[in-house]
Write a protein that binds this ligand. Structure first.
Ligand code: ATP
Ligand code: MG
Ligand code: FE
Length: 336
């Protein structure tokens, strides 16, 4: 089964050809980061326009690298939510046009189901059920993957997503956009125990997260230093913030694995490429005897390969979308 997948939910225009669900024949990503950097974040209008400019080129390149033509395909997979509506619409319209012209089945994919599915690419032995921590720019979910595309959500963030917290803190300490990778890098030169930040515990749900408290604590720390005219060691600040976030992510994941008797633990989403999170989760899993799975960094941040993998399992289950498929900016996980 050959699937062409298209992803355009945010600021990456991406296309990929995936064979039998787990073999990536091509993975083309055109990132708009340089463009949005100028504004300190993603500008939706600019993102949509850039997707329109790039989408055909990216698809052509993906087909070429995979050494296939549209006639070889069995289905078209596309992210239809969640994400920026104008950005999603570009991918959805493109996927519909190709599917219609080539009389191919159309499979709409949930972007976060894609992030989770990135784990199948390099771990041929991984099959549901397993526990997955999803940490991306807009989502922080702790879920049990019960089956392909079937999720039980155990916990979620009450306020900022993990990636959002990284981006906001990075901006506050003057690192620019996107902040996650910059904090990751700068932290290597800092002492994670230099400053103790609060770890939010949510009384009634042990698996929920909250990151606005630690974000505010960083901002307060910066303000106070400024008022006193003191220099801030940005590397220490970044490392200490990162530790506060990573500690909570690992603690909650380990608690859930224990409570739900899960012996396989995976991570997914852009923040899953964070070096400290990967190392800390690996160590915790080793200690508790759980098998640990994580995608390579290139499959953690937005890409179409993960969408192709998710589309394959949806396709196998019989998921088909009609020509009325629309972008759903706030699509919930597990909805179809
Ligand atoms: P969502 O998937 O929730 O719709 P998104 O697609 O915009 O959001 P992703 O591409 O999955 O988000 O991830 C981007 C996020 O990951 C950004 O917030 C970015 O700062 C963060 N990120 C990327 N690399 C790292 C890293 N090395 N350390 C920490 N955070 C990172
Ligand atoms: Mg992005
Ligand atoms: Fe994403």
């Amino acid at each position: 089964t050959l699937i062409l997948a298209i992803e355009s939910s945010c600021d990456e225009t991406a296309a990929s050809v995936v064979k039998n669900g787990r073999t990536i024949l091509s993975n083309v990503i055109s990132s708009q980061i340089e463009l949005h950097k100028l504004y300190g974040g993603v500008v939706p209008e600019i993102a949509s326009r850039k997707h329109i400019e790039k989408v055909n080129q990216v698809i052509e390149k993906a087909l070429k690298e995979a050494d296939v033509t549209l006639d070889d395909l069995d289905a078209i997979g596309v992210t239809y939510g969640p994400g920026l509506v104008g950005a999603l619409l570009v991918g959805v319209a493109e996927a519909k046009a190709i599917a219609y012209a080539k009389k191919l089945p159309l499979v709409g994919v949930h972007h976060i189901e894609g992030h989770v599915s990135a784990n199948y690419i390099e771990h041929p032995d991984l099959e549901p059920p397993f526990l997955c921590l999803i940490v991306s720019g807009g989502h922080t979910h702790l879920v049990i993957v019960k089956d392909y595309g079937e999720f039980e959500i155990l916990g979620r963030t009450r306020d900022d997503a993990a990636g959002e917290a990284f981006d906001k803190v990075a901006r506050a300490i003057g690192l620019g956009y996107p902040g996650g990778p910059k904090i990751d890098k700068l932290s290597k030169e800092g002492n994670p125990n230099a400053i103790v930040f609060p770890k939010a515990k949510i009384g009634d749900c042990p698996y929920d997260f909250s990151f606005s408290g630690v974000k505010s604590a960083v901002l307060n720390y910066l303000n106070q230093a400024q008022m006193k005219g003191e220099d801030v060691n940005r590397a220490d600040l970044a490392a200490s913030f990162q530790k506060a976030v990573v500690d909570v992510l690992v603690e909650h994941t380990m608690q859930a694995a224990k409570d739900y008797h899960m012996d396989k633990v995976a991570i997914a989403g852009g923040v899953a490429s964070n070096g400290t999170l990967r190392a800390a989760m690996e160590e915790a899993c080793q200690k508790h005897g759980y098998k640990f799975y994580r995608p390579s960094p290139i499959f953690c941040t937005d890409n179409a390969a993960m969408i192709g993998v998710a589309a394959y399992y949806e396709f196998k289950k019989g998921t088909r979308h009609g020509w009325d498929l629309n972008a759903v900016p706030n699509l919930r996980l597990g909805e179809r």
